[in-house]
Design a protein around this ligand. Structure first.
Ligand SMILES: Nc1ncnc2c1ncn2[C@@H]1O[C@H](COP(=O)(O)OP(=O)(O)O)[C@@H](O)[C@H]1O
Ligand SMILES: Nc1nc2c(ncn2[C@@H]2O[C@H](COP(=O)(O)O)[C@@H](O)[C@H]2O)c(=O)[nH]1
Length: 434
């Protein structure tokens, strides 16, 4: 496990080769390593640039992720192929992307539950999926199916808006019998997406997700939910609120999904509302950066040394140097918030916004897993006097998440091709010290 590191310093990501204290504590001299688990609809992103008349002609709605009948999706695919509009075919899926990015950042294992075609032809979509996933993502638990994985035709409009047309294949056929209870119950987090709930009645994906969430809850493993797209949330707002109350520790969303879930347009106030149902909230807000919100026990709160920020909750960042906790672990819970603007003001040229939010979540998951890793290996550390959800403060995690989103914005694919540089030469102390 690479540690997120001391990011106040110029060298943003020092990597501890080995904590010398561990050598004394562990007879076999080998730190115990953890992992995170996720469930996804295994699919590839097939990317093409089109104008809006293409979307209109095929009856596709801009910015939406739509499930299409197989013959309709195949018709679109054939047209894109004939007009040579397809630019790439990479492994996708919101949770697949998150696990891949987590594994690249942490240099550690993640476990993906989903389906995979049992017969694979070179060059086919399942082949592309396997070729473009990190070798640190454990694919050994995938359920073999006699059919295709999903295809997500990612149509990019001239203004950068993305519309997803999905040919689902057998992506929702994951059976609960193909989950591994021990892997889930020993994980540092279980990551789910709202997309899993839009399978058809007869398909087992919903039941698999609920089973996994139940096992995670029993074992005290944090359950993480990404909201997918606002279209899934807005029709069933009350249902999602109850689902979060019953199952979820951390909600990850963008500001549109936050509005759909809470009815509140201000991301900070939306985070405050979601804290009534969950323990930790990540809300990305495009060019406005991102917000993180959580709880800390009054006894463990730490005051910021940064400027206190105005907003719908005045001076909301006062305790952003605190490490978040579950509300139930606090004797006197206090809500804490932080905000950060895009790293370096955002890239000069955004190549693709696909997966920028998932990337921020991967960084947060890395920090959560590092906390677990440290707790298991150095249980007597002062860091673990109270039960915290992250290794770093809310403020530090937000910097890290923001930095990782930036990396995805300047590349073509939603999946990181390499980890972050260990030394950030561009990053002067003055920038973060502000
Ligand atoms: N136009 C932009 N300019 C600068 N940074 C951006 C821009 N769009 C996104 N980002 C960065 O990427 C992060 C995630 O983006 P966002 O679009 O909110 O996520 P999602 O992909 O889930 O919709 C933001 O928090 C921000 O750091
Ligand atoms: N599991 C699913 N993933 C989906 C679906 N529709 C789109 N996507 C994936 O989302 C990412 C982009 O994420 P974003 O946070 O930038 O919007 C992309 O790679 C798609 O593969 C779906 O129905 N299920």
């Amino acid at each position: 496990m690479k540690f997120p590191g001391q990011r106040k310093h110029k060298h943003f990501f020092p990597v501890e080769s080995r904590d010398p204290r561990l050598s004394e504590l562990l007879p076999e001299n080998k730190p115990l390593s953890g992992h995170i688990c996720g469930i996804d609809q295994v699919l590839v992103d097939i990317e093409a640039h089109v104008d809006d008349s293409f979307l209109a002609r095929h009856g596709l709605s801009r910015g939406h992720s739509m499930l299409l009948a197989a013959d309709k999706a195949e018709g679109i695919y054939r047209e894109l192929l004939a007009r040579e509009l397809i630019v790439s075919e990479f492994a996708g899926g919101t949770i697949g992307n998150t696990l891949h990015n987590y594994s690249v950042l942490a240099d550690d294992r993640s476990v993906l539950f989903g389906v995979m075609s049992e017969n694979i032809r070179v060059g086919s979509s399942p082949y592309r999926y396997l070729c473009t996933s990190s070798s640190r993502v454990d694919l050994n638990y995938l359920q073999p199916v006699a059919g295709s994985i999903g295809q997500c035709i990612t149509l990019i409009s001239p203004d950068g808006e993305r519309s997803f047309a999905i040919n689902k294949g057998m992506m929702d056929h994951l059976e609960p019998a193909h989950l591994d209870q021990a892997q889930i119950q020993t994980a540092s987090a279980l990551v789910l997406t709202a997309y899993l709930m839009r399978c058809e009645e007869h398909e087992p994906m919903r039941q698999s997700a609920l089973q996994a969430a139940e096992w995670a809850r029993e074992a005290g493993v944090p359950v993480v939910l990404t909201m997918g797209t606002r279209f899934i949330v807005e029709d069933r707002k009350d249902w999602w609120q109850q689902f979060i109350r019953d199952h979820v520790t951390l909600v990850a969303m963008n500001e549109d999904e936050a509005l759909a879930l809470t009815g509140i347009a201000d991301p900070l106030l939306a985070c405050e509302r979601v804290l009534e149902w969950a323990d930790l909230v990540l809300c990305t807000a495009g060019a406005a950066g991102l917000y993180l919100a959580g709880y800390v026990d009054d006894e463990h709160k730490r005051e910021t040394s940064r400027l206190l920020l105005p907003g719908a909750i005045p001076e909301f960042n006062r305790y952003e140097y605190s490490r978040p906790m579950r509300q139930a672990d606090c004797a006197t819970p206090l809500k804490i918030y932080t905000h950060i603007s895009p790293y370096m003001g955002g890239p000069e040229r955004i190549k693709n916004t696909n997966g920028a939010g998932d990337a921020a979540l991967a960084a947060l998951l890395h920090d959560m897993a590092a906390n677990d890793h440290h707790r298991h290996n150095v249980p007597g550390s002062v860091k673990h006097r109270a039960r915290h959800l992250t290794y770093s403060s809310l403020s530090q995690v937000s910097k890290y998440a923001n930095r990782v989103s930036f990396e995805v914005l300047v590349q073509h694919s939603p999946r990181l091709s390499r980890g972050l540089p260990e030394r950030e030469d561009s990053l002067e102390e003055a920038y973060w010290a502000r």
